[in-house]
Design a protein around this ligand. Structure first.
Ligand code: FA5
Length: 344
């Protein structure tokens, strides 16, 4: 019995050696004949040898021969599949060609610019507040002194969700939300998206970013408003900018002013400029002293406190900082344009 067991082991070692050297289908067939041929295969002789064993030895050694036969069949079958499965044709690679450049994503230019704006205000001591983009009529209009049906509402082409809910048309509702929760001194900016039903053109978008600012304390005057905005704009534009304050109207500020900057696209030299319309100036923000009625609406005593507020268009200002003649470029997702601003 031991002799036969040794013989099986030896056959297995020889078989493993033989298949390790197989290089094609012909060689597989030769090994198959050697081991599995019905007439002269080694396995046939092993089965013959079994007959010489005593009956009690047969089950154990019989199992070994069976296992060996299965092993040989499986190995030969998988080798055959390896040789007959078509191999992918390898393309020739020209190693002298330049490699493919992969780009990393990076923050959008408007986000980078907004962060630049935020940093200037943070350095002045402002902190950042946030508010929802879906607003109620009360916060977007009524608390800001726009009574229902007041004509001033017509300046904002509003996208309503229900009679009472709307996509905020400006960031000013955050002023109310902050003043409801916090009493003066208040010094916040609030960056965020706003929405208007507007046809896109070089200086208008239906969705754009604003940065709102609000300062409320004892003794705040128009001089603080002017000084803060002048300092901010000179820092943002590295002093190279003309600024003008123009009287205006907002229901929630009194007096109100819009701030224009000198057109950096045509430098005020083109009567046909699509950005400034030939005037040489373009409005970038609205501002004013917080209307006493607005302070009353949030239970802040207007006899004691005063404040100023402003709302700046981020894309509008970015256009001038980067001298881009059309605001729509920011959202066309043309990577050649976007990459000009990415962090290197
Ligand atoms: C307002 O939205 C006021 N809430 C601003 C304000 C805040 C006034 C606090 C007083 C006190 P206005 O609609 O003018 O105002 O918009 C402010 C700025 O947003 C504009 O100066 C401009 O830079 C930008 N802006 C306005 N409409 C668009 C638009 N359709 N596309 C891109 N930017 C716009």
């Amino acid at each position: 019995m031991k002799e036969l067991k040794d013989k099986i082991e030896e056959h297995k070692r020889n078989f493993d050696r033989a298949i390790a050297q197989v290089k094609d289908e012909n060689a597989i067939q030769k090994v198959r004949n050697l081991y599995l041929s019905r007439k002269r295969g080694y396995l046939r002789f092993l089965f013959e040898d079994l007959k010489t064993l005593k009956p009690e030895e047969k089950p154990e050694v019989g199992q070994m021969v069976n296992d060996f036969r299965n092993y040989v069949q499986d190995k030969l079958q998988s080798l055959k599949e390896e040789f007959t499965t078509p191999r992918p044709v390898l393309k020739k690679v020209d190693l002298t060609l330049p490699g493919k450049k992969r780009y990393w994503g990076s923050p959008h230019p408007i986000l980078l610019f907004q962060q630049e704006i935020e940093n200037i205000f943070l350095r002045m001591g402002f902190s950042i507040a946030e508010g929802p983009e879906i607003e109620t009529d009360y916060y977007n209009f009524e608390a800001l002194n726009f009574p229902p049906h007041h004509p001033a509402r017509d300046d904002w082409d509003t996208l309503y969700i229900t009679d009472d809910l709307l996509l905020r048309t400006h960031t000013s509702p955050v002023q109310i939300r902050v003043m409801e929760k916090k009493k003066p001194p208040i010094m916040i900016i609030n960056p965020g998206k706003v929405y208007r039903k507007e046809d896109p053109d070089p200086t208008h978008l239906p969705m754009f970013y604003q940065v709102e600012g609000l300062v409320v304390d004892i003794g705040i005057t128009l001089a603080h408003l002017k000084g803060t905005l002048e300092y901010f704009l000179k820092t943002l534009f590295h002093e190279k900018i003309k600024i003008r304050f123009r009287p205006s109207f907002f229901p929630f500020t009194e007096p109100s002013a819009e701030v224009d900057i000198g057109c950096t696209v045509c430098q005020g030299k083109s009567k046909e400029c699509r950005v400034c319309g030939g005037s040489g100036w373009i409005e970038i923000l609205g501002s004013g002293m917080v209307d006493p009625q607005v302070l009353k609406n949030v239970n802040i005593d207007p006899e004691k406190y005063s404040g100023f507020a402003f709302g700046l268009g981020v894309e509008r200002t970015a256009m001038f900082a980067f001298q881009i003649p059309d605001m729509r470029y920011f959202y066309e997702n043309d990577l050649r344009f976007i990459r000009e601003f990415s962090l290197k």
